[in-house]
Design a protein around this ligand. Sequence first.
Ligand SMILES: Cc1ncc(COP(=O)(O)O)c(C=O)c1O
Length: 405
Amino acid sequence: MNESVPKLPVLSWQGISLAHAPARASLLDLPAVRFTTSGRAAIWHALRLIGLKPGDRVLMPSYHCMSMIAPVVLLGGEVEFYPIVADGSADMDYLRSATRRPVRAILAAHFFGLPRAMQPIRQLCDERGIAFIEDCAHALWGQHAGNTVGSLGDYAIGSMTKFFPVPEGGCIASSRHSLEGVQLRSTPVRRELKVLVDVLERATSFERLPGVNGALNVLWRIKAMLRGRSRRGVDEGPKDLLVAQAALADLDVEQAGIAMSRAARGVVRHIRMDWTFESRRAHFARLLACSGRLSGARPLSPSIPDEAAPYVFPLLADDPDRGFAALRDLGIAVFRWDWRWPGTPDDTSDYGNVWAHHVLQLPCHQDLSTHDMDYIERALVQVFGRSVEPVGPTTTRELSAKGVI
Ligand SMILES: Cc1ncc(COP(=O)(O)O)c(C=O)c1O
């Protein structure tokens, strides 16, 4: 796949500030935070702090990506998948029944960065002595029923690559426990340099650093020539997509024990957080308006919650296989979680199953330019067609009643 629009944030002059601007509270403002190399490494640390032992049961959502599950399996935990309901929150009836037998931990996620109800899980975990991991990989900001994302979990985890122009990074955070037990080694100097080069190389490949793009691009060309490979799109073909997916099912324990590099943390510290928040919301709102007028797809969510700045825009497609392939052919890095952990139940009443096949996750990050957003909008109309009447969001239940899905 040729990356026509950046799939994840890219460093730009516009997005950085040398001063420390005060910003609205985020996951990173919880009382205890430690930066890891990835979100999955943060899940691994959380499970270790909880004291997960081989054979312990961990309840995980049926709608997931492989990297959420890998840490549990690596530590010998026994994963049991729970269904999700129409609004993306956990099926509490299932959880109540499943926790009659011993369970060590429950993980629940704010899918797409739209805050979900976590209070019922917190209450259940308190009643039954279970640890709760609040997965905020998609949600740096947001509230549900007055609870800020990350505040209800014993441990919350975040993924920096989804919100900042960095090639690595995650965090474990807690408003309830100390993180003294998270031991992290410092990053080797070679890796620090690689992170820095990766950040700059990506930024200049999208021409986001006027004034230095030219000089740095010459430098990267020389580097690429010395290594004998091209710069952009090296890992984007269909075969490489499979390789990238397989990598998600893996967790490098060596890397999990290392802290997020100082280079990546430095970038995060200087990103304009309020601008990031507002841009993501604006892009989400634009995709909401545009996808409400498509004939073969519609927004999964009717609106954008006040305090949220989503990770991606979820689009519910009637023919997702075709839509996914066509959008990727057009260079739009749409994600889909149809590749699930072996043994995930195929229960048709579980929304996790419908979403795994039908939900396409479109980029809405802060570093999409107006030109990028125009391109995405045109691509959506080309792939899904325009409807005569605005259709707006439709529930998956309505769609299945109509026989669309
Ligand atoms: C919900 C969720 N949790 C955790 C992770 C793991 O984050 P990372 O990619 O930083 O390891 C991901 C990654 O996509 C995710 O989508």
